[in-house]
Write a protein that binds this ligand. Structure first.
Ligand SMILES: [Zn+2]
Length: 171
């Protein structure tokens, strides 16, 4: 890699460390001519994977596309950057485990859904309702209703705990 200051072509790596998301490596480099120090980030990437779409067309796998879909599903949901990176990493690891050169977009969607289910239930349902066929949408609506019910029962439980506490304090 060239030095960004003097453009000399030989820079040596003085230190490498895995970033906290365990998906990228930061390397500290030093120019062998002017000794300028800088760092580079190397991101792990899935290579040579083709996605076969419903209409039979093929396109190279794109992490950005997966991330865009996830962001859409996770709109207004709370999550950290690190958790998000880990989610993408887990999805890509699942893809890699299949050891295939081509993957159907449907199968890719299933992998994403499986991971999203454990990450955020609401986002999972949003994603699935877009991804799955129309007949499934009703099923997901039912799941969503269940979630909402759970939320209200959670509130009820919290209220009860509060009331119980008050009683306890009075006594
Ligand atoms: Zn230099």
């Amino acid at each position: 890699m060239r030095c960004p200051i003097c453009n000399y072509q030989d820079t040596k790596v003085v230190d490498s460390r895995v970033a906290s998301d365990e998906m990228s490596i930061r390397r500290r480099r030093e120019c062998e001519k002017c000794t300028y120090r800088f760092s580079t980030m190397e991101e792990m990437e899935l290579l040579d994977l083709m996605v076969v779409k419903r209409d039979g067309k093929r396109e190279p796998y794109s992490r950005e596309k997966i991330e865009r879909g996830l962001f859409k599903a996770l709109e207004k949901r709370q999550f950290t950057d690190l958790d998000f990176k880990k989610l993408v990493h887990a999805i890509e690891r699942d893809i890699q485990k299949k050891k295939v050169a081509e993957i159907r977009s449907m199968d890719l969607g299933e992998i994403v859904m499986n991971r999203l289910r454990g990450f955020d239930k609401v986002a999972y349902i949003r994603f699935a309702s877009v991804y799955r066929s129309f007949e499934d949408v009703q099923h997901f609506q039912q799941e969503l209703d269940k979630l909402i019910k759970n939320k209200t029962s959670k509130k009820k439980i919290k209220k009860q705990i509060k009331e119980n506490r008050k009683k306890f304090v009075k006594k």
